[in-house]
Design a protein around this ligand. Structure first.
Ligand SMILES: *Cc1c(COP(=O)(O)O)cnc(C)c1O
Length: 402
């Protein structure tokens, strides 16, 4: 017998759960892209997008996924042959570096492995060693979704300032935006990238690049760049089509409008609190299960953990077996381990991730955790007892916090 029928929960770290409001907003006939309602609505998205990233800077919208925004950020600020510093804490840091290399950009990599945050001391040493200021930008991943490590973006700004280094600070917030606290202007970030399908709760297909005046200056220095990626007109269009370099992503924009309404109604501070409390419930359960048996948090220090995604180690073949069990029997789909082992390696089956970004609440998280505990029992995977009740306590404590 399976108990999977009923509403499914896609608990992978993106695409995330879509609110009914977003789906309903998208369920409509095609709008006119030359005048009228869609044109007016789009202009109104811009201030709300700025608010989500906490910036007064500009924003360009692309019809692309997160990978596209990586390319857009680089194409607007760096010429081939120029250098970037990439402090990587997982698969996505390396991914952005790879995109840079393919654009002819020289990459200086600082690899912090799969379980640690960026060591600001090593970044500082690399910046001080760069006496000629060849490094044009630091490409940081706020939350690396593969490891669930959360990095100190503010700390990177402080290091740039302390060393008097003029490099741009770029932040990949694709996993973290509208989940983990992020303050683009207050933290001195020059370029922020995000995509629609994670904390923003819209289907994959929209990419966003926010940029500071200093980054706009870097763009002007370059001269012509590939037309599609150029953020100049997108951020300050004279004609509607220039927002998108062509036809508007009509239905995604309606979905985004609905999502930004939800975000505005709840408030960024409340959204960050909700994600933190739900993350603490997950950690409480996982740490308790891990007191006996093979389950282990990938990131041991809670201060370095994301509030949007949790990466876990459980040993092969338990990771894959557990994912399969909860999907088949409880209607919860967990994320695969990413970048932890090569796909052909038996060790690949020893990892999983819980996505808890965007449109998630207490009953969804408690339900997912209950399904995981049932899976641990059903598969005879040793684990400490009482995980669920510790999670419930964390929820109760979070709600009663002032
Ligand atoms: C999801 C993600 C990406 C990649 O986004 P795609 O939409 O899959 O291209 C990049 N960086 C981070 C941190 C992510 O979470």
């Amino acid at each position: 017998m399976s108990l999977a029928n009923g509403r499914a929960y896609l608990a992978i770290p993106g695409p995330s759960v879509m609110p009914e409001e977003v789906l309903r907003a998208m369920n409509r006939s095609a709008p006119n892209i030359y005048e009228g309602e869609l044109v007016e609505m789009t202009a109104g998205l811009i201030p709300d997008l700025r608010d989500v990233a906490r910036t007064r800077g500009r924003v360009a919208i692309y019809i692309c996924n997160g990978h596209g925004t990586w390319e857009a950020a680089l194409a607007n600020t760096l010429a081939p042959g120029e250098r970037v510093l990439v402090p990587a804490t997982g698969r996505f840091g390396h991914g952005w570096a790879e995109v840079a290399r393919c654009q002819g950009i020289e990459v200086e990599m600082l690899d912090f492995g799969k379980r640690a945050a960026v060591d600001l001391g090593r970044v500082e040493a690399a910046l001080r060693a760069d006496t000629g200021h060849a490094i044009r930008a630091v490409l940081a991943t706020h939350v690396d979704t593969s490891t669930s490590v959360r990095n100190d973006i503010r700390g990177l700004r402080d290091v740039l300032d302390a060393t008097g280094h003029p490099a741009l600070l770029m932040a990949d917030c694709i996993a973290s935006l509208a989940c983990d606290r992020f303050e683009m202007d207050a933290w001195g970030v020059d370029v922020t990238v995000a995509a629609s399908q994670k904390g923003l709760m819209v289907p994959p297909g929209l990419g966003f690049v926010w940029f500071s005046e200093k980054a706009a200056e870097a763009r002007r220095r370059l001269g012509p760049i590939p037309r599609y990626w150029d953020w100049t007109q997108r951020a300050e269009p004279e004609m509607f089509y220039q927002y998108f370099g062509g036809t508007a992503p009509t239905h995604h924009l309606y979905g985004l409008r609905a999502a930004l309404d939800l975000i505005r109604d709840e408030g960024m501070e409340a959204i960050w609190d909700r994600h933190e409390t739900l993350a603490r419930a997950i950690w409480a359960a996982c740490e308790t299960w891990g007191t006996d048996g093979p389950l282990e948090m990938n990131v041991t220090d809670p201060a370095l953990r994301s509030h949007a995604v949790t990466a876990l180690r459980i040993g092969a073949p338990h990771g894959s077996a557990l994912r399969q069990w909860v999907q088949d029997n409880a209607g919860v789909t967990l994320g695969i381990g990413l970048g932890m082992a090569e796909p052909g390696d038996p060790a690949w089956h020893g990892f999983f991730r819980i996505g808890h970004m965007g449109h998630v609440n207490a009953h969804m998280i408690l339900g997912a955790l209950g399904a995981i505990e049932a899976g641990l029992v059903a598969l005879n995977i040793p684990h400490g007892t009482g995980g669920l009740s510790r999670a419930a306590t964390a929820i109760a404590q979070g709600v009663s916090r002032p």
